[in-house]
Write a protein that binds this ligand. Structure first.
Ligand code: GDP
Ligand code: MG
Length: 209
């Protein structure tokens, strides 16, 4: 095993979407491999260690009811946005309103992340309840198009029927978080070089005076 493979990483993930789309079902499916049917409305932060591409990753996943997100306590919502390294935006393929809501959520995330001056936080869009295709009101193409327009990954899954597709969602997001971190490091590196070069030039200029 290489030194790189033993490096432990941490990432905070927030799961967002309107009520009843399956945010808790997806989270619990990922953590326990199980689908239990009813989840209640409890806000939870789970901690979970996974191996993604040979590297151990400690994930903290924040799952909460939507009404709480949009309540008057918007500062806690804002805090959660700042805390997150990545987002899972969930809608149900049989609930058009839940799909329509994602653009708004995406804009809120984008504004919050730009505000602190960080690179954009990776987002994955998930159309859940794929097993209920006979009641579908949102086409796969619509989900894919939305994801394309905001430069995110997109998956259609069924938390009820399938563990693997849920696993792929979270692993995909973890990979995107890693990529965005190494891109940030590179930018910081280049900025550092530019800074020290301008320091050298500034010194030269004063030397020649
Ligand atoms: P949340 O409010 O977004 O956290 O949604 P929940 O996880 O509590 O799920 C809401 C309801 O949808 C529950 O009755 C779940 O059993 C059901 N549900 C969640 N995911 C699926 C799915 O993939 N397929 C089906 N058929 N039902 C699901
Ligand atoms: Mg829930």
């Amino acid at each position: 095993m290489t030194a790189l493979n033993t490096q432990r990483m941490e990432a905070n993930i927030v799961v967002l979407g309107t009520d009843n789309v399956g945010k808790s079902a997806l989270t619990v499916r990922f953590l326990t491999r199980r689908f239990i049917g009813e989840y209640g409305d409890i806000e939870s932060i789970y901690s979970h260690s996974v191996i993604v591409d040979g590297r151990e990753q400690t994930l903290s996943i924040w799952d909460s009811p939507y009404s709480q997100d949009m309540s008057t306590e918007s500062t806690t919502f804002e805090k959660r946005l700042q805390w997150a390294d990545g987002f899972v935006l969930v809608y149900s393929i049989c609930d058009r309103a839940s799909f329509n809501n994602l653009s708004k959520l995406f804009q809120i995330i984008k504004a919050a992340k730009d505000y602190v001056g960080s690179e954009k936080a990776p987002v994955v869009i998930v159309g859940n309840k794929r097993d209920l295709h006979h009641r579908r009101t949102v086409l796969s193409e619509e989900g894919r198009l939305l994801a394309l327009s905001v430069d995110c990954q997109f998956y259609e899954v069924s938390a009820a029927e399938n563990y693997h597709s849920v696993l792929v969602v979270f692993h995909g997001l973890v990979n995107r978080i890693r990529e965005s971190r190494s891109a940030l490091k590179k930018t910081a590196g280049i900025k550092g070089i530019v800074k020290s070069m301008s320091a050298v030039f500034a010194r030269r200029r004063t030397d020649s005076l």
